[in-house]
Design a protein around this ligand. Structure first.
Ligand SMILES: Cc1cc2nc3c(=O)[nH]c(=O)nc-3n(C[C@H](O)[C@H](O)[C@H](O)COP(=O)(O)OP(=O)(O)OC[C@H]3O[C@@H](n4cnc5c(N)ncnc54)[C@H](O)[C@@H]3O)c2cc1C
Length: 417
């Protein structure tokens, strides 16, 4: 049983169900709500390695029509109001990477990844789930209790149903009830800023460039989206700001908010205008004390949550899906007990270090860049300059951003599960 049918839970269900393992997926939200525009305003940077996983689990064809490739990444350091942006920036261009060094690329020149509205990823995953006969999908129902009992867990739903499951997979997000019911503790670290997320239209085409602009309060990202039906150029912004002033910003008119965005981002894309609903998300880092116990595995934000500075939270969840589904499918084919600790320990060993490293990197970047101290700013700009010259280091960073470094699961390598 998978508890939580968010992005990670649905991907997990598609991976296991697609391999013929009987799966029940329980999600507390009702189906029409999950795909409403007002439910989740975010767009995600989906790394190349994650796209390989989504393709391998049969979901990518449903998602691809909504995906905009990222061909360039520009990272710059800048102050606003009182200082011009620094002339030094890091520029990654997708064609700088040797396609032979990218697993699954088959010689073609892959982009770094794609920007896709979370809503479109949900719709695509839901389409894929409908095609899987071994899946029982129960939306609109909350898991209210779990009795963990070695060989057979008893899961209670809030409609009174009780279901036995050999393995419970917690994919129920940062405030995971599964984690709490299993008695697993969590380390948390809050940030003093929150994120504003909205879609903007702009005068000039983005040419597939994702911008990350480091401002004193925190990062400001402009992520290239598909043009809308009227041909208007669009991007998604993730703007970290002091949590105390966000309520005021959210009340501004479109024209005034557009002017505030231009003050921070500049005129590279011409005039900018927000469109559609505005969202805000509190930011914190979390790490579960363990990912597994007998009959239980935690995945996605239920296991680890990070600052969106590098757009990696969902990507790490997709890697959990790729690793855990490989471990479970191998065990299933070998006739092993899916809930046993020996099986699950392989998953925990595989994923914990990678996730921990990403938490450390995203937290470190947030602290290094979210300030305007002159010596630090100088060191950062010098760092950018030297990094741009160090080609092998830059290529390694590009492959990291694409999610194709390390001990990769079969799905990430573009192979069958
Ligand atoms: C501003 C912002 C920008 C981001 N940008 C990116 C990005 O560009 N790239 C990227 O990779 N990541 C990004 N992330 C991170 C990414 O959004 C998350 O890591 C990802 O959504 C986590 O998915 P999840 O399925 O693990 O959890 P969730 O999305 O939280 O899903 C959990 C699901 O469980 C359900 N649930 C909860 N409790 C129960 C229960 N008791 N019973 C049944 N169901 C339950 C909930 O309804 C929910 O649907 C961003 C995050 C933020 C905040």
């Amino acid at each position: 049983m998978i508890v939580g049918g968010g992005l990670v839970g649905m991907a997990m269900a598609a991976a296991l169900g697609g391999a013929g393992i009987p799966v029940t997926l329980v999600e507390s939200e009702k189906l029409p709500d999950l795909t409403r525009a007002a439910f989740d305003g975010r767009s995600s940077a989906i790394a190349y390695g994650s796209q390989q996983v989504l393709a391998g689990i049969g979901a990518w064809d449903h998602i691809a029509p909504f995906a905009e490739p990222i061909r360039d990444i520009r990272v710059s350091d800048g102050g606003w109001q009182y200082k011009a942006a620094s002339p030094f920036f890091v520029h990654y261009h997708f064609a700088d990477l040797d396609p032979q060094s990218v697993p699954g690329a088959h010689g073609g020149q892959p982009p770094f990844g794609w920007i896709i509205e979370n809503r479109a990823v949900r719709v695509g995953l839901l389409e894929r789930l409908k095609e899987i006969p071994s899946l029982l999908h129960i939306p609109g129902t909350r898991v209210s209790g779990i009795e963990f009992a070695g060989g057979s867990n008893l899961v209670t739903l809030d409609d009174g149903r009780r279901i036995r499951a050999r393995l419970v997979i917690g994919a129920d997000g940062r405030a995971s009830a599964v984690r709490r019911m299993a008695g697993i503790g969590v380390k948390e670290l809050g940030y003093k800023h929150s994120a504003i997320v909205c879609t903007v239209t702009h005068e000039l085409p983005h040419e597939g460039v994702a911008h990350e602009h480091f401002l004193p309060i925190g990062p400001f990202a402009m992520l290239p989206m598909r043009d809308d039906a009227e041909g208007r150029h669009r991007s998604s912004i993730v703007w970290t700001e002091d949590a105390r002033i966000i309520p005021m910003l959210l009340k501004l008119s479109d024209a005034d908010l557009g002017a505030e965005i231009e003050r921070r981002f500049g005129k590279t894309l011409g005039a900018i205008m927000p469109t559609g609903p505005r969202f805000t998300y509190p930011l914190k880092m979390i790490l579960a004390d363990t990912y597994i116990k007998e009959g239980l595995a935690l995945t996605g934000d239920a296991a680890h949550g990070m600052h969106p500075i590098a757009g990696q939270g969902f990507n790490m969840g997709v890697r959990d899906v790729a690793a855990l589904s490989e471990v479970l499918v191998d065990a299933w084919r070998g006739g092993l007990d899916l809930g046993s600790l020996q099986v699950l320990e392989r998953y925990a060993r595989w994923r914990r270090f990678d996730n921990l490293m990403m938490l450390v990197v995203t937290d470190g970047l947030t602290r290094l860049f979210s300030n305007d101290l002159p010596p630090l700013r100088l060191a950062r700009d010098l760092g950018f300059f030297l990094f741009n010259k160090a080609k092998p280091l830059k290529r390694l960073a590009m492959r990291h951003a694409m999610g194709v470094v390390g001990d990769l699961p079969r799905l990430v390598r573009g192979e069958k599960l």
